[in-house]
Design a protein around this ligand. Structure first.
Ligand SMILES: C=C1C[C@]23C[C@@]1(O)CC[C@H]2[C@@]12CC[C@H](O)[C@@](C)(C(=O)O1)[C@H]2[C@@H]3C(=O)O
Ligand SMILES: O=C(O)CCC(=O)C(=O)O
Ligand SMILES: [Fe+2]
Length: 341
């Protein structure tokens, strides 16, 4: 760790931290312990030697770049973003905005094939790049979730992975593009910092699902917040995946794991592209803490909920709200009110 320094955005503290990096080719029992530790400490870690083929990644990245390079009116043909499609600056349903444009997909193959018709002149090529990428990252997500169950000494090691293997799984895939914002203009005395400052591309939030697998091109911008007001920059590594614990995994581990708060800033000079797979349960899945993590010392923290209920709550709130607070068993009136702010 190095000394904290001021962040250009609202004087927040920035801290350089060596975030956990886990080599998946190491012995299994070692890997599962390291993953559990990373999920407890940060809800966030990087995996290398992950087994997702470079060709699968490159095809997806090329298709993504080709789409975002189109004109605005061509891209808007693939919109609106809700529930799935192209979105620009608007995030979600409640007025959140960011310097990002994106494509949102349901991970169902038929739905991807249908969407691809408005996205590409070669829809079959686009669709197969997306489906192959999703197939590969879903396998990796299941492998990580089985390692997590082993590390937690849960006898049923597919307790998490079967939720996203289920044909009804409500998983989501997202392609994000954060355009650079350097316009070759000189800074003026009235706006001395607009020349070379970062802007919020995707505001701070936690991911609602079980586990997110995120990768980006070689441009930084992702940050995590292990504590209120403290931000840790995440170095870019196009060869690796960054893994985020989502709200559902926090609830199912009874708060032993934390869903990581994160955000993405734009870069002044280089455009950033990221791709995120959000492994989610079926709508009717009932989500509750595993018996192994509920003890007299660690009593049940969250009421059981279905994914449909949680998703509905999520969509009624703002991007940065702490939705799990609404399901806290000891949730007081004050906590409920503060989670809405
Ligand atoms: C404001 C919102 C956008 C979001 C749904 C939400 O109501 C709150 C969570 C947001 C998020 C974050 C992770 C993923 O990018 C996403 C697709 C998801 O499932 O939850 C987005 C949602 C979105 O952009 O629609
Ligand atoms: O682009 C990124 O690195 C983060 C994107 C993100 O957090 C999201 O899509 O939920
Ligand atoms: Fe996210």
């Amino acid at each position: 760790m190095v000394a904290a320094s001021p962040n250009p955005i609202r004087n927040e503290k920035m801290l350089a931290v060596d975030l956990p990096v886990i080599d998946l080719s190491a012995p299994r029992s070692e890997v599962s312990k390291l993953i559990v530790k990373a999920c407890e400490d940060y809800g966030f870690f990087k995996v290398t030697n992950h087994g997702v083929g470079q060709e699968t990644i490159s095809r997806m990245e090329e298709e993504s770049l080709a789409f975002f390079s189109k004109t605005a009116s061509e891209k808007h043909r693939a919109g609106p973003a809700n529930p799935f499609g192209y979105g620009c600056k608007n995030i979600g349903f409640n007025g959140d905005m960011g310097e990002v444009e994106y494509l949102l997909f349901n991970t169902n193959k038929a739905s991807i094939a249908q969407r691809s018709k408005t996205i590409s002149e070669e829809p079959a090529k686009f669709s197969s790049a997306v489906s192959d990428y999703i197939e590969a990252v879903k396998e990796l997500a299941c492998e990580l979730l089985e390692l997590i169950a082993e590390g937690l000494w849960v006898p049923d090691t597919s307790v998490f992975s079967r939720l996203i293997r289920d044909v009804e799984s409500d998983s989501v895939f997202r392609l994000n593009h954060y355009p650079h914002h350097h316009h070759h203009l000189k800074a003026t005395s009235s706006s001395p910092t607009s020349y070379n400052s970062n802007r919020v591309g995707f505001g701070e939030h936690t991911d609602p699902q079980i586990l997110t697998l995120l990768r980006s091109n070689d441009v930084g911008g992702l940050q995590i917040s292990p504590q209120d007001g403290l931000w840790v920059p995440v170095p870019s590594d196009p060869a690796a995946f960054w893994i985020n614990v989502g709200d559902v995994l926090q609830a199912m581990t009874n708060g032993r794991f934390v869903s990581v708060r994160h955000r993405a800033l734009t870069n002044s000079f280089k455009s950033r592209m990221s791709m995120a797979y959000f492994g989610g349960p079926p709508l009717n899945a009932c989500l509750r803490a595993l018996p192994e993590v509920v003890t007299p010392e660690h009593p049940l923290l969250f009421k059981p909920f279905t994914w449909a209920e949680f998703k509905k709550t999520t969509h009624s709130l703002r991007l940065g709200d702490t939705r799990l607070n609404l399901f806290r068993i000891s949730s007081s009136h004050e906590e409920r009110v503060s989670s809405m702010n």
